[in-house]
Design a protein around this ligand. Structure first.
Ligand code: NAD
Length: 364
């Protein structure tokens, strides 16, 4: 046994959140047992569940819990019962609050085309095959936060305004994350901007280039966002790490997510200097909640990201990914991935299948 000990705040949230997080925690506990890692898991309330109990989507106790943890594992928030609430207490505010208070400036979304699901993609198999992209989106700056902003009346008509602004240190820190991450992968970074028309991204390009000089082993290429959007569907396998602004990252990561065919497969990590939050990219899926229909693989793959980025166990992260590949190869599918010739199974059975595959791979 080692003295490795981590505090993990677990926020299942709403809808299918609790169902998929239950399976993800099972996987995390197996890895902890195999590696002699002590985990201090504490469950807390966020989102609509928190609003119902405490009148706020992010109660102070949950925030304190997150601040005191090495990582947060979150399910999903939101649902029809809370849609009519005022903006300030909507479940989704919990996510913004956590991002802001934990200083999570880098959002990582891996997009991997699994060979056994290649037909689930809306693109032709020969285009999508080999796709393995990591999109790094700047999360706390840019046009989503810049001021001035708002809608005002000028000369008798309404004008809407937002401000796209980046300070060089905001660009530098996400650039460092991009180059460091690329070193652990295929050592290629594509930085996406619109430097031909937007000065804020001209600075983006300059700073990324400066930081890149410190990483001579990593190849850097710049693309305009319109070209990148096109390249993603033309030849997605050309990309390794893509780093971009908050706005462009929001759009490109959704475009890239669809390359693989199911939202139930895609994990994410949001990283800051001291904190990290891991969550599937899907929402609370109220249409299938509580019916054992949700795909838990995105939540399980979010645990793999936690193993890599917070627990310092990249080998175990690969083991979890391999276990996921293995169950897909065996033809096991939740309903969202079900095609003729495969066996549809429920959320809990899928979680169990991954656990069994992981145990089969054995302890270190
Ligand atoms: P959604 O991602 O919840 O669902 C979209 C569709 O994908 C639905 O048909 C759903 O059944 C399906 N789906 C999603 N995850 C799945 C999974 N793991 N397995 C199988 N099928 C899955 O998006 P939505 O319907 O637009 O939003 C529902 C609620 O979730 C809203 O309240 C929204 O605000 C919230 N939301 C939360 C987050 C988050 O917590 N990060 C993200 C997006 C949406």
């Amino acid at each position: 046994m080692t003295d490795r000990r981590f505090r993990i705040a677990v926020f299942p949230g709403d809808g299918i959140g609790p169902e998929v997080i239950r399976q993800a925690v099972r996987v995390l506990e197996i890895v902890a047992r195999h590696t002699g890692t002590a985990l201090d898991l504490t469950e807390g309330l966020v989102g609509g569940a928190a609003y119902d109990r405490c009148g706020t989507p992010l109660p102070p106790e949950s925030l304190d819990q997150a601040l005191a943890s090495d990582a947060v594992l979150l399910g999903a928030v939101g649902g029809p019962s809370w849609e009519a609430l005022p903006y300030d207490v909507r479940p989704e505010r919990a996510l913004l609050g956590l991002r802001e208070r934990l200083g999570l400036f880098a959002n990582l979304r891996p997009v991997v085309a699994f060979e056994d699901l290649i037909d689930a993609s809306p693109l032709k198999a020969e285009i999508v095959r080999g796709t393995d992209i990591l999109i790094l989106r700047e999360l706390t700056g840019g046009v989503y936060f810049g001021r001035p902003r708002g809608i005002r009346v000028e000369d008798g008509r309404r004008v809407g305004v937002n401000t796209m602004i980046y300070a060089e240190e905001e660009i530098r820190r996400i650039a460092v994350k991009a180059f460091e991450t690329a070193r652990g992968r295929r050592k290629r970074v594509v930085s996406v901007d619109k430097a031909n028309v937007l000065e804020s991204t001209e600075l983006w390009r300059d700073v990324i280039t400066e930081v890149g000089r410190g990483y001579p082993d990593v190849a850097l290429r710049h693309l305009y966002v319109d070209n990148c959007a096109m390249q993603l569907v033309l030849n997605p396998a050309q990309f390794d790490v893509i780093v971009t602004t908050n706005l462009f990252g929001d759009i490109l990561s959704d475009e890239a997510a669809m390359l693989t065919g199911s939202i139930g497969l895609l994990p994410s990590a949001s990283l800051g200097d001291r904190h990290a939050l891991y969550e599937p990219i899907h929402g609370s899926a109220p249409d299938i909640a509580g019916q054992d229909l949700a795909n838990p693989l995105a939540a399980i793959l979010s645990v793999a990201m936690m193993l890599e980025h917070t627990l310092g166990l990249p080998g175990e992260a690969r083991r979890v990914e391999d276990a996921v590949r293995q169950v897909l190869r065996e033809g096991r599918r939740t309903r969202d991935l079900h095609r003729e010739g495969t066996t549809p199974i429920g959320t809990a059975a899928m979680g169990k299948a991954v656990c069994v595959a992981l145990e089969r791979k054995g302890a270190r």
